[in-house]
Ligand binder design. Structure first.
Ligand code: NOJ
Length: 520
């Protein structure tokens, strides 16, 4: 065939096969049948009513009240979004979005205000609140997905060492049993513990979060061992005492930042491996890896450095062989909380003074154990309110692929994903983020990842811990200046509603300027 004819045919076939095709005419890529969409919140961040009825203080109440301007503007979660009183409005918002589930957490000191071990002293008012909330959800056909622990430990337990005291395993089991007895007939999805990396490091390793212990060499490791055993104990307890009758599933929600190497060098790719093991792996391996236990590199590195630093034994406590067996496989699903990607490189003498969440910590310490440095890619857009909240959806895809390969494709529920902004209803950057990350998730799904659901953080603006009320994650804006804490849907709420309705991401969907929310 003459060359020019070949080229002509080739261009015609490209024409007809669609390189000039109008993208809006392409069928949308659907999420699989049964895939669940939800939104999330947490007790201390939305409920307020910090001393309502017989509730006792959590460690957040106490840390904040003891040092009132620890958090800028002397902010507190005393009232937050006032969901303790406005839960009917919250349920109406969920119906407006059309979501399949609502992920919220139980405040331990609200339902067991006395303790430890006072399981007979349940708060009738505390449980009545969660019953009312669940009834509102059921009326609307929305599943509750309940987190038992989202960081608001009763102060009476923190007084005894909190998550660094091994007795927390029994205290957590007592508490979980009471909650299963009281609410378990109506709940099919349980998350034991939310983001242990975050509260173990920021709360026990540093003084950024309650209880502000600032033990940067051992805090995170003592906490990690107790978290693993507390989770596994509650998983087994549910299986032996409740599963048959209540038929639910139990998992843990871990924080997974994704990391990419600064260069292609072997050193930098090992740095990626190390930080993934020191962060997510520390809390995931013992439960989800085939052989269980803490990650090998973490055990070896911490033992070696501890010996050099003059400790009598490794700063990372061992899991005994019975404990390894007990924790291994103690899950029905893995909860994945993911927000952003950061660059990392090998740095054995790291100066952490400018290293994001590891800043200002000297050896011996958890950050020093990792031997990595952190950096930001100038190519990835960042949020206007957070320098390390990056937009890099392929990092999410790589994370999901990594979890599939490393942990033998566990069922995953993405229990948090979201984008921080300042106040305001026009949140096109959040829309772009949600679309990009949902498409990345679809890619992983299509390649075989067993992902069962996706959760936006958050339903509405919340008390964002030390970033207080200036950093907003909500699909609904909350007016924290008004006594009634009015909630107003952002543009992203309309876009997410459309995703849930269509069971697909339509990049061309633009909510009408006069769009309103309706629900029954
Ligand atoms: C993780 C936490 O679980 C949640 O409490 C927090 O508000 C979000 N990430 C956003 O920072």
């Amino acid at each position: 065939m003459p060359t020019f004819l070949f080229i002509l045919l080739l261009s015609l076939s490209r024409w007809t096969s669609g390189w000039c095709e109008d993208p809006s005419s392409r069928p949308l890529r659907k999420f699989p049948e049964g895939f669940m969409f939800g939104v999330s919140s947490a007790s201390y961040q939305v409920e307020g009513a910090w001393d309502a009825d017989d509730k006792s203080p959590s460690m957040w109440d106490v840390s904040i009240h003891k040092d009132p301007c620890w958090i800028a503007n002397c902010s507190t979660g005393d009232v937050a979004a006032d969901s303790y009183h406005l839960y009917e409005r919250d349920a109406a918002m969920l119906a407006e979005l059309g979501v399949d589930f609502y992920r919220f957490s139980i405040s331990w000191p609200r339902v067991l205000p006395q303790g430890p071990g006072r399981v007979g002293a349940r708060s009738a008012a505390g449980f009545a609140y969660y019953r009312r909330l669940i009834a509102q959800l059921k009326r609307r056909g929305i599943q509750p997905l309940v987190t038992l622990y989202h960081w608001d430990l009763p102060q009476y337990l923190q007084d005894l060492g909190g998550w660094t005291n091994p007795l927390i395993v029994d205290w957590f089991a007592d508490y979980a049993r009471v909650v299963f007895e009281e609410l378990g007939d109506d709940v099919k999805y349980w998350i034991t513990i939310n983001e242990p990396w975050t509260f173990c490091w920021f709360g026990y390793g540093r003084d950024f979060f309650a209880p502000r212990v600032n033990s940067s060499d051992v805090g995170v490791y003592l906490c990690a061992k107790n978290v693993i055993l507390a989770h596994a104990t509650v998983y087994h307890l549910y299986n032996s005492e409740f599963k048959e009758k209540q038929g639910g599933v139990v998992g843990i929600s871990n924080a997974f930042t994704w990391y990419e190497p600064v260069t292609d060098s072997k050193n930098d790719s090992q740095a990626v491996n190390d930080i993934l093991e020191f962060e997510g792996g520390l809390f995931t391996n013992p439960i989800y890896a085939k052989c269980g236990d803490f990650p090998k590199i973490v055990k070896e590195r911490v033992a070696k450095k501890s010996a050099e630093q003059g400790y009598s034994k490794s700063r990372l406590p061992e899991l005994t062989s019975e404990e390894i067996e007990f924790a291994r496989g103690a899950y029905d699903f893995l909860g994945v909380n993911h927000y952003f990607t950061i660059l990392t490189y090998r740095n054995e003498s790291a100066d952490y003074s400018t290293s994001f969440f590891y800043g200002g910590v000297k050896a011996p310490s958890y950050p020093d154990d990792m031997d990595v440095g952190l950096a930001l890619s100038p190519e990835w857009p960042t949020s206007s309110v957070s320098s390390f909240a990056t937009y890099h959806p392929s990092g999410f895809y790589k994370l999901l692929t990594y979890l599939r390969q490393k942990y033998d494709n566990p069922p995953i529920i993405v229990t948090e994903n979201g984008w921080p902004t300042g106040p305001g209803l026009e949140d096109d950057d959040r829309i772009k983020y949600l679309r990009g990350y949902l498409q990345a998730l679809q890619q992983a799904l299509e390649e075989g990842s067993d992902i069962r659901g996706y959760t936006v953080w958050s339903l509405m603006d919340t008390f964002e811990w030390i970033s207080r009320y200036s950093t907003r994650f909500g699909l609904y804006e909350v007016d924290f200046e008004s006594a009634r804490r009015e909630r107003t849907p952002r543009k992203s709420a309309f876009v997410y509603r459309e995703v849930v309705r269509a069971r697909a991401v339509d990049p061309g969907y633009e909510p009408p300027a006069d769009a309103t929310m309706e629900s029954c």
